[in-house]
Design a protein. Structure first.
Length: 298
């Protein structure tokens, strides 16, 4: 009996030790010489140009974070790009497939139970994209319409919670990713696409006829967007936040924003023309990881 108890105790220690090692991302990346960076296929903050090439404001910011991590580790780190979706991004961070996810994830209280968020680096506003000829100008115009959003996102919940939308009856359809959701609008299978304003602007700019679309209606919510890391890895989170603070302080993050939101960007060499918002400026001035719910209290 004593041997069984001892064996169980040893097994428990081994398991806890393995868990601690798995959750020590700094040790993991120093040993492997690589960081798994979670990226998106069709977000304004992170998107692909094909052939394994990922770009965007958050992607490049993530690459700079990894450069800083490499300097601290005393070696150049390899970036392994791992495409994630709205549905699998949190599980892939939790299970160690992704070390650092810098896509377009809203920091909210529910998600904070599963992962940790770095300092907010972009504050998003949820809006509505429609065809300019649709006659849809406001929330009330969505009554009886079909509204698209992306599986795993919070946008339609936000729309339904809006006081001005309480009496509106609309059908909801889901795209597997943001490009798919925009395709629903583009092909007439949806009358509107509800999503982060930057994502809407990016998809419109890449469309065949950008002038055929409009972003309308009120700001449905203000959402802090941040990079995700595994829950409880305080040393890694601290290192990520230190890099973000450095990029804010030396002005390189502002230059990066201008590059990806105010200048022509691939693949169509069209500018999104989204100036740095006051909310994002405030988040940079006082770095924090406040969830979306705290913004709603204001």
């Amino acid at each position: 009996m004593k041997k069984q108890v001892l064996a169980l105790a040893v097994a428990a220690l081994a398991t806890s030790g393995a868990f601690a090692q798995a959750n020590d991302t700094l040790a993991k990346i120093k040993g492997s010489g690589a960081v798994a960076l979670g990226v998106r296929d069709s977000s304004a903050l992170s998107f692909t140009l094909g052939n394994g090439k990922y770009v965007g404001f958050h992607t490049e910011m993530g690459e700079r974070i990894i450069e800083d991590l490499g300097k601290a580790a005393g070696k150049k780190l390899t970036v392994n790009y791992v495409p994630v979706t709205s549905q699998n991004r949190i599980p892939l961070v939790q299970n160690g497939t992704v070390d650092l996810e810098c896509g377009s994830t809203t920091n909210n209280a529910t998600r904070q139970k599963d992962v940790d968020f770095a300092s907010t680096t972009y504050v998003e506003v949820v809006r509505i994209a429609v065809k300019a000829s649709s006659g849809i100008k406001d929330l009330k115009d969505l009554n009886g319409k079909t509204v698209a959003t992306t599986t795993g996102t919070t946008s339609v919940q936000t729309l339904r919670k809006n006081e001005r939308a309480q009496s509106i009856d609309f059908k909801e359809v889901m795209g597997k990713d943001h490009a798919d959701s925009f395709l629903l609008l583009e092909t007439g299978r949806a009358d509107a696409f509800v999503m982060d304003g930057s994502i809407l602007a990016a998809n419109i700019s890449k469309s065949k006829a950008p002038k055929d679309y409009a972003i309308v209606g009120p700001e449905l919510s203000v959402e802090p967007i941040a990079c995700m890391v595994r829950k409880g890895d305080e040393a890694f989170l601290k290192a990520v936040n230190e890099s973000i603070a450095r990029q804010i302080k030396d002005g390189s993050l502002a230059k990066l924003y201008d590059k990806w939101f105010m200048q022509p960007v691939p693949p169509t060499n069209t500018a999104l023309n989204l100036p740095l918002s006051d909310a994002t400026k405030a988040a940079w001035a006082h770095p924090n990881n406040k969830p979306m719910e705290d913004y709603a209290k204001k």
